[in-house]
Design a protein around this ligand. Sequence first.
Ligand code: S3P
Length: 434
Amino acid sequence: MSAGRPSGGLAGQVVVPGDKSISHRALMFGALAVGTTRISGLLEGEDVHRTAGAMRALGAQIGREGADWLVSGRGIGGLTPPEDVLDMGNSGTAARLLAGILATHDFWSVMTGDASLRKRPMARVIEPLRMTGAVFAAREGGRLPMSIQGARDALPVQYRLPVASAQVKSALLLAGLNARGVTEIEEPVPTRDHSENMLRHFGAEVTVGRAGAGRLIRLFGQPELRAANVRVPGDPSSAAFPLAAALLVPGSRVVLRGVGLNPLRTGLFETLREMGAELAVAAPRQEGGEPVGDLVVESTDLRAVDVPPERAPSMIDEYPILAVLCAFARGTSRLRGLGELRVKESDRLSATAAMLRANGVRVEIEDDDLIVHGAARVAGGGLVETHMDHRLAMSALVLGQASAAPVAIDDARFIDTSFPGFVALMRSLGASLT
Ligand code: S3P
């Protein structure tokens, strides 16, 4: 069992691991490009290893050279049938994006995942991907395992996303690469655009226009994807944990170097500024088509916040750690429109509330809103069930660093899916973790 313990001020400079979303995409686009793609800063987490394993099973060559990863691609439509079931482990991104690739490759395959992933809805990608001509068969309720017979002569899809999901959008773009004609996706609320950015970086033609408050994305099918070099920035969703610990533990000052600052990912930073945090960005720069900077953060007395639902896509993975921050803020916070949290690695809405309650925080769920009553002192002392969810595990360990008594978690293994070396990195800043 692991626990986060009351810690003294955190200090130091660290580099957080590579961005998970960009890492999956770099391996997938590299496997579909002609030539050798060099990736530096790839996240060496379990989820990304699953994507690498799947792309290898589909015929791409993936190797290492020092700290870099090299991917020799097969060209659009050039992947080959896998000999065995593709096991995507804990990763929803890997599973959904891969479903898009498989939908427009003319062969049969089967995909599964771990107990958490097998509970998560796949119908959101299966339904639109069927319009390419692919044939899917999944377990009751659109759950994994599922089999996919890819379309022979795939049709491009025109689709309006019913949920704000970058995974669904990206699955359709990946499918559209091997469809003749123009794939058109309308997203009512903008979601992370790493796929669009990277497609352009690999030479595809992608246009982005306005559609009301959202966006209309068009991809011209069957482009020549050319291998490219990708530099993966630090993951802002991982940076959120040391950042939160530094805000909460009095006397802290921490620098997080090379963090990705794509505006469709930085809803947490905007929210923290509303809560009174002073986050400075040093050395802002562009790396591989993505904005990057060094975040400087000091401990701060936070005030409660009301987060509007339309901000959710830009901070969707940050709500568990934001709820921890709200537990220490002055006043009552309301985090609105969190329905999508119910279908993450766990039911994160209930699990976040349970984590806080087990440690003496007053919390309510009203429809899709989470209400957190802040207090200057949080008792801690609880045992948190993490439900195979890395972000709950890390949130609970940070909670323990600022509470009166340690906070224990039932299982720390899943932290490696997105943040290998989390405990060592936090300890290097002076945090007390066992
Ligand atoms: C991701 C998109 C988000 C996010 C996930 C990664 C991506 O999911 O929660 O961790 O890489 O596209 P949804 O798009 O399903 O909201």
